[in-house]
Design a protein around this ligand. Sequence first.
Ligand code: FAD
Length: 506
Amino acid sequence: MAKPQSHREAPRKVVVVGGGTAGWMAAASLVKFLGRLVEVEVVESEAIGIVGVGEATIPQIRNLNRALEIDEADFVAGTNGSFKLGIEFINWRRLDHSYLHNFGSIGLSVNQIHFHHHVFRAQAEGYGGDLWDYCVNTQAARAGRFAPMERLGSSPLGGVAYAYHFDAALYGQYLRRYAESRGARRTEGRIVEVIQDPESGDVERVRLEDGREVAGEIFVDCSGFRALLIEGALKTGYEDWSRWLKCDSALAVPSRNTRPPRPFTQAIAREAGWQWRIPLQHRTGNGHVFSSGYVDVDTARETLLANLEGEALAEPRLIRFTTGRRRKFWNRNVLALGLASGFLEPLESTSIHLVQSGISRFIQMFPTRPIADAERDEYNRQVTLEFERIRDFLILHYHLNERTDSPFWIDVREMDVPETLTSKIALFKASGRIYRDAQDLFTEASWLQVMHGQGLTPQAWHPMADKLSEAELRDMLANIRQIVTGAAAKLPSHADHIARCCAAPQ
Ligand code: FAD
């Protein structure tokens, strides 16, 4: 039997191609978690620049910050950030309807079943109020309040689950300082050629415009939509999902703040797509994601500009994309992260998370020498499932709608959706139950809120919700409502919390 090769002799040279959000997240994580096992070099071209519009995140980013030992106040101040309790979906189910998809839980599990079964039973019996009366995030968001809170007093209810909004360019720079101070090297220059080993096909080195070459053992392709290595050199292929997710363009523009920042993102459905509003300390990020098959760019631009809350601070920037994923995320000795790995519209702010989970899986699967097929295959299997579950979750928002005012909304309601989603919808409809597997990023509470928010009503609830007498159920629900309302009322305003903990230097 061959002797396993030691990793102690020499560090593995990892070349990160691209210095956008993905590139610096990768570099920071690799130097922190793999330490002397790796030597990290980032190659980027300032002349090409970064996409720089990813500004809303989900709570998992706090795990990354914790693992990197990043101080929250320093981080929020350094990125002009604000706090995010969830996303408000306006006009998605129908015009003049809105709901908040909140992070964290709703109520608590009673008799080992999800809380919503009790609420659905109570609603059918004529009491119980609204599902979101039992969610502290909703109550805080609606009142513009925020502060971190792990638990609601002495109650068994979870506290406030939150993420951040931040300036994507500042985030990249923040991580660059972090990575460089821990040994990552940066090389500036435009890559003009990718050189492969003629026998194995592995990438050996990249050549820059001025003739310099950067060689490596492992390459992380973070070159954005260009996908220089994973597609340009390795021709990995792309699975196109635009038959389900029909938006293919976005216009992005910052605007002046006119009000204190909301502690949540807004996603406002438009005629053939939707508009985001992301509140930062110094400005608001806005964008209109739309389907060019249903609306032209000029109309999309007018819609965006007519719906800003404050004055536009630049000309809207057009970005085109094809929704889908790379057929392999790890091919030969190249790992693709960020926009090079695929694209899912930012409806649930998942792209930065996918970079984070890709790095974390890669570190778990950090290869032996030589790289074993089994390592790559397992990585690709897991990431594919994660992408597909997010895809289904995004389709859900479009597919369950009651709008009749535009061909786009009618078409997305009537289209066939993946079988994995059809069965989830059917299960919820039949009995209010939600099934999710291990690679599903979104929790039961998330699936529940979007299904319920989009108007899907279960025909029944879990039989165990009938175990409590009516008096016991009424009592329990009233109790939880009171705890939730009381806890939200004690929080400071979001603006006050930022001013106290983490105002950006002026
Ligand atoms: P880029 O930012 O494009 O960086 C690519 C890097 O590669 C750059 O440094 C560039 O210089 C370098 N490069 C390219 N070619 C060469 C070359 N030839 N030589 C040398 N260097 C080269 N994500 C979220 O999580 N939340 C959001 O709210 C969100 N909103 C988004 C809205 C839109 C419209 C879009 C398009 C994306 C959004 N995203 C969001 C995604 C997020 O912006 C990206 O996932 C994230 O910025 C990662 O980008 P990247 O680093 O992969 O690519």
